[in-house]
Design a protein around this ligand. Sequence first.
Ligand SMILES: NC(=O)c1ccc[n+]([C@@H]2O[C@H](COP(=O)([O-])OP(=O)(O)OC[C@H]3O[C@@H](n4cnc5c(N)ncnc54)[C@H](O)[C@@H]3O)[C@@H](O)[C@H]2O)c1
Length: 340
Amino acid sequence: MKINTIVVVTDNVVKQYYGYALRKAFKSLNCKIVLLSFPAGEKSKNINTVISLQTQMLNHFCSRETLIIALGGGVVGDIAGFVAATYMRGISYIQIPTTLLAMIDSSIGGKTGINLSHGKNLMGLIYKPKITIACIDFLASLPRKHIINGVVEALKVFLISNIIHFNKFRRRLNKILDYDKKSLETLVRHSANIKMNIIKQDLHENGLRAVLNFGHTIGHALEKISRYKILHGYAVAYGILFEAKISELLGILAPEKYDAIKTVFNQLGFHESYFKRFDVNSIIKATYSDKKARSNKINYVLLKDIGKIYSYRSSYTHPVHDKTIKKAFLTLIGEKYHAR
Ligand SMILES: NC(=O)c1ccc[n+]([C@@H]2O[C@H](COP(=O)([O-])OP(=O)(O)OC[C@H]3O[C@@H](n4cnc5c(N)ncnc54)[C@H](O)[C@@H]3O)[C@@H](O)[C@H]2O)c1
């Protein structure tokens, strides 16, 4: 691969912390280095940012011999990946994630994209980076709420696939929240490996990859209702509680397993009482606009045990009746369900 220009794409916050330093570190390389940034946050994840970045690249005479480096969290990774996938019909890119969520989740698997007014990640494509380089040192400056945001995705990965890791990291939660480097490193290594293994088997989400959406059907609905003010991982944490409760009510997950999951999420500050602020009908309505909804049926990933997904007739997603969603909701907020 011949490269004559490196474009580092980042947001204005990460640019201050690490963008200039990375540009300086690349100075000795025999190629042109361009540092481009946009305002941090989900609001930037739109077509205008993509057009602005690509126009700046054209102004810098970037050809197909350009390498993009996505330096930042999931927002930067998704936008920079999309820019790489579409610039002159596709150029190479590398992911250097700087949030825990990006290290564990968004920088792996090649999903790139932007938001449209109808919802999140509705325009995009799967376009794999040449490599993802996760360096734990970046996490030292990351606010704690974003550490929790990433921990949730790691716990999700363990919940669907590995009870040993789930129990191990459950015991290490305090160390992780105290930014213990070794604990963070093993958390990233184990969860990233599991995600990579799943993706290797099903890149385009025709089957197995769907298990990664555990907690996400309700999680996406909560994000939508709260107009994306809630962090993705936080929405997924509540989504996990809700979808584990559905699994319990359907007789798939044992009640004591649900309680074990609840205890861990309580420790991270996620409580069932949170749902009291919502109307269940609005949650159900929001799930219907999820892009994973197929033929007007809302499919859920359900849990059979800690570390094990429920599968039936080789399918990992299952339609769940609205009545069950309502029952789960009322149980979560401590009210009785009366069938009408
Ligand atoms: N592509 C995928 O497979 C995938 C998977 C999950 C989530 N996502 C997407 O990821 C996005 C969320 O990613 P995120 O949680 O990383 O949010 P983010 O990218 O908005 O980063 C969070 C905040 O932390 C700041 N930041 C980043 N690294 C920092 C560091 N090391 N020190 C200090 N501050 C730092 C950023 O500037 C930003 O303000 C969403 O848009 C979501 O849709 C994509």
